[in-house]
Each structure stands twice: as C-alpha cells, then as structure tokens.
Design a protein around this ligand. Structure first.
Ligand SMILES: Cc1cc2nc3c(=O)[nH]c(=O)nc-3n(C[C@H](O)[C@H](O)[C@H](O)COP(=O)(O)OP(=O)(O)OC[C@H]3O[C@@H](n4cnc5c(N)ncnc54)[C@H](O)[C@@H]3O)c2cc1C
Length: 498
C-alpha cells in the first residue's frame, strides 16, 4: 500500500471486479482484489480439455461499436482496443424446423427478404419485426455515469438519441417472447422468435439483442472470453493493482456504519477504507453481511422466482471435424423431446467455434450444445447426491450426442466428447445463485430490478456486479464496476469523470 493513499478492497475478480479495480486505480486509490478462484474472469471464462479450448461466455459483447460510451469503458479496462479483431460472424443465429431453416442475418434487409420468402403470409409481421429491430438499434447502454447522477441534459440527450425506441417498449415491453411468437403463422418463424431467449423474457429484449448484432455493436472478440478477462487483468496489474487468487472472502467486517475490511476464508483479516462487492448478491446478503441490509426490491425478487426467474444451462462440448458447418455459427435444432432437470425440451442449439483458432486443434474444432435451465431445474440437480449427479449427467450427455447425430448425420461416430457442465458447475465455480450466469430475467410482469449500489446502514460499501441490474450480462458487470467507483468519488465530493 502506498503511504497516504486510501485502500479499496474489491471482492471478486470477474468482469465487474476487474472493472471496478481499474477505475479505482485510475481514481488514485490503492486497490486489492480478492478472488476465490485461481484465475480471473468469473463467468467470463474458458478452459482446456483434451487439447481443446472450451470458450464459455461471449456470444455477443455489447459495446464493440466505436463511439459508444460502453466501447470507451471496454477500452479503458483493456478488454478491447482499436486493433481488436472480431470473429467473422454475420448472423445472430439460425433456426431449423421440419427441414427448413431461417437465419437472422446482421444485414436486416437480407433477413427481411428471406423471411418473407419463407413465409409470405407473415409479410406484415416480418416487416414490422425488421422495422422495430431497426428502432432498437437506438437502445444503447449508458455508461458515462450512474443514472442517479444524471442531469436534465443527460435525459434530453438520451431522449433525442432514442426517439423511436419508446415505440418498441410500448408494443413489446409488456408481452413475453412466447406471446409475441404467436403473431407469426409459420411454425418455423414461431420457433425462431422463441429460440434464443427464454420465453418468459419481455419481447423487447429480443429486439434489443438482435439490434445490437445488426448494428455492429455486438462483436465477438477473437481469442475467446478468458483471453478478454486476462487482458483486463493485465491492464489492472499494469496500473499497479494487486489481485489475490485462491483467496475467498468469508465476510465483510462491519463496525457501526463502516466496513473496516474483509475476513478471508483462511481466517485472516484485510483492512480497507472502502469495499466494493462484485459477488452474487445472494452470497453477499446471506454469507458476507446480514440479510437485514438487503434492499426490499431484491428480497422480493428472491421471494418470487416465478416473476424473477434465473437462467442457467446444461451444456456439452465436443471436438468434431473442422469443416463441419451447421446452418450458421449458432443453430437451433428440433430434437426428440427429453427431460433435463424438471422439464422436457424439444429444442437446443449447436454452436460451432471453428472461426477462432483458439478453439481449433489440427483439423478439429470445438462445438457446444446448450439447453436452458431455470430455478426448478436447478432444484432437481441440487437434489442429486454425487454419484447420482454423475450418472444423470453421463446419461444426458449420451442423449444429447444421439440428438446431434440425428440432426447432423455427417457427425455420426465423429464426435469426441470433451466436457459437460450444469447449473451446479456455475454455483461451485462462481457462487452463482441457482447456477445462473445472468441476473434475473426481465419478465413483462414486473419492474426491471435495478439496485442503488449503496446500502442504508453501511457508508463505505459499494455494490457492483451483474446482479445489481437485471438482466445482467457483461455490459452490466462492467458499468456497475465503474459506477461503484463513481459513487465513492461522489461521496468524497470528487470529480466523477474518470
Ligand atoms: C455460457 C455463458 C454465456 C454467456 N454469454 C454472454 C454473452 O454473450 N454476452 C454477455 O454480455 N454476457 C454473457 N454471459 C454472462 C456474463 O458472463 C456475466 O454476466 C458476467 O461475466 C458477470 O460478471 P460479474 O463480474 O458480475 O460476475 P461473476 O463473473 O460471477 O464474478 C464474480 C466473481 O466473484 C468471485 N467470488 C464469488 N464468491 C466469492 C468469495 N466469497 N470470495 C471471493 N471471490 C468470490 C467469483 O469466483 C467470480 O470470479 C454468459 C455467461 C455464460 C456462462
């Protein structure tokens, strides 16, 4: 620690923790990050199996468009630079059904034309879909400062830049994706609309997600997710930050209205002038500090899982021929129904990673499948003992393998199993609530959860991480880390422009 400097302790070395740490250094603090795992990144990670790299995060990174506020954040924390190379992916995803396929290209005109060819009777709805996706390009994530620090000029600026987006919210903010899909007559298009995001999501999320890709603001940096986290770690260290791995935090020590530091799992105490927690809020309020500090709106979310679902996945990775191509990089397929967790599924996606040399070894590439899992599914996994868990997982892998081979006969006998993981993997690795790798799903029936980032009763504890604002994801993780530091600076009556 540098003499005279105040010390910020950050809990968690994921994207939120690394971002908070870097901004705190830029603001002139001494910073120590405590991370329970051996490497940085949290959910933004990948790992190696049998000579292959399994990339397990970025399907799209919002904020890759130069000139956006979020791009500046990614640059500042070392995640991106003006020289970053992006994967040559030209579509959001493809869906197949009954021998037909449809693709949501980044080129909206092309999508419009092809979808109308597939289903002329849906022409009006398809044109509207494209028009509203175009409007949704205006929905950019504000990343300059937390909204409570906005002035009238900020609101006016946002109003002017998002002038058509209220139309999207008005029409699609209050219906779910499942309901929206029923507006289409074509069974393939219905499937396509509800394939990517969970059916409970408010429909506008789908427009915003697709618009992000179509606007060139959702690129996939080459080199995969872990490498992005490592670039952020490098930046943090270069600025003089300290990151301590395999150092889980047990609790935050509070004296009267002040966090005096953290107690690590090995029992040692680390003092702090300020603490930024980026861990899952479930862990924070149930293990690290008393649940009496939990904001009411967050308690409501935990108490009402039907209105605030959490999403995870049952995922399997294989190595296959490098030349294998599905319809697109991400392709949803119809499958013989089977039960995973508590529910029966008849769709899943296959994602190919041959576009990135990091997931290619010789003439083989990694492919992955994913089946979404929710709170009830998590409970089923959780109820299994160790042997049962392994047995169920192995049996499901065999079921998935058979279904992929049925959909793509060229892969028969040519799929080398690499790894499979479940909601319990996310719980073990990141302490993720119900194994969820995003925050609460934004459903049309409730107000989007957004926490204030500070708690009544503890003056120098700041909250960051994807759970502070639904639906989570990398942009929320990063901006929340920056905002935590800006709140600290504001409390000290200092300039928040860092
Ligand atoms: C399969 C998958 C696909 C995804 N795709 C995308 C995508 O395409 N785009 C997108 O925007 N987002 C995506 N996400 C979500 C994204 O990865 C997360 O939103 C983001 O990484 C969350 O960052 P975070 O820092 O808030 O939380 P975390 O990554 O969970 O970081 C919290 C950190 O705290 C650590 N920790 C927990 N408990 C303790 C403790 N007691 N002591 C010390 N440290 C502790 C954890 O180990 C972890 O490193 C995806 C996630 C997954 C898994």
């Amino acid at each position: 620690m540098t003499a005279g400097k105040e010390k910020v302790v950050v809990i968690g070395g994921g994207v939120a923790g690394l971002t908070a740490g870097t901004y705190a250094l830029l603001a002139g603090f001494d910073v120590e990050i405590y991370e329970k795992n051996a490497i940085p990144g949290g959910e933004c990670v990948g790992w190696n199996r049998k000579g292959f790299h399994i990339d397990n995060c970025i399907h799209w990174l919002t904020g890759t468009k130069k000139g956006t506020e979020l791009y500046e954040v990614w640059k500042k924390v070392g995640a991106l630079s003006d020289d970053t190379e992006y994967a040559p992916i030209d579509a959001f995803f493809s869906s197949t059904y009954n021998g037909q396929s449809a693709t949501l290209w980044n080129d909206l005109k092309r999508t419009e034309k092809e979808l109308i060819e597939i289903s002329p009777e849906d022409e009006e709805e398809i044109r509207k879909f494209i028009e509203y996706t175009e409007y949704s390009k205006q929905c950019l994530i504000p990343a300059a400062k937390p909204m409570e620090m906005w002035g009238i000029k900020d609101y006016m600026k946002m109003g002017a830049s998002m002038k058509d987006f209220p139309k999207v919210m008005k029409e699609f903010g209050k219906i779910s994706i499942t309901e929206y899909s029923k507006r289409f007559k074509s069974p393939l298009l219905r499937k396509m609309i509800s394939d990517y995001l969970p059916g409970d999501y408010a429909a506008y999320s789908f427009f915003v997600s697709y618009a992000t890709m179509a606007d060139g603001n959702g690129g996939v940096p080459m080199g995969a997710s872990l490498q992005m986290s490592l670039r952020m770690e490098k930046r943090f260290k270069e600025l003089g930050g300290t990151i301590c791995y395999n150092k889980g935090v047990n609790k935050i020590v509070i004296d009267k209205k002040k966090a005096t530091g953290v107690e690590l799992e090995d029992g040692s105490f680390v003092s702090a002038d300020h603490v930024i927690s980026t861990v899952d809020t479930h862990v924070l309020f149930n293990r690290m500090i008393s649940s009496k500090y939990m904001p009411k709106e967050l308690k409501k979310a935990y108490d009402e899982p039907k209105n605030y679902p959490a999403i995870s996945g049952f995922q399997v990775a294989y190595a296959v021929d490098k030349d294998f191509k599905a319809e697109g990089e991400t392709t949803f397929i119809e499958i013989e129904p089977f039960k995973v967790g508590s529910r029966t599924f008849n769709r899943m996606y296959v994602k190919t990673y041959g576009y990135d040399p990091v997931s290619v070894n010789g003439d083989r590439q990694v492919i992955q499948t994913c089946i979404s899992q929710f709170d009830d599914d998590y409970e089923v996994w959780k109820s299994l003992d160790k042997d049962e868990y392994k047995k169920v997982k192995d049996a499901l892998v065999a079921e998935v393998t058979r279904r992929v081979e049925e959909a793509f006969p060229a892969l028969k006998g040519n799929m080398e199993y690499l790894d499979a993981w479940t909601p319990l993997t996310y719980e073990r690795y990141c302490n993720a609530y119900h194994g969820s790798y995003m925050s609460f799903i934004t459903t049309p029936v409730v107000k989007q959860l957004r926490l204030k980032g500070q708690l009544k009763g503890i003056d120098n504890l700041y909250l960051a991480g994807q759970w502070t604002s639904a639906p989570g994801g990398l942009p929320v993780a990063a901006t929340s880390g920056k905002f935590a530091v800006q709140r600290l600076l504001k409390n000290q009556h200092r300039d928040i422009n860092i």
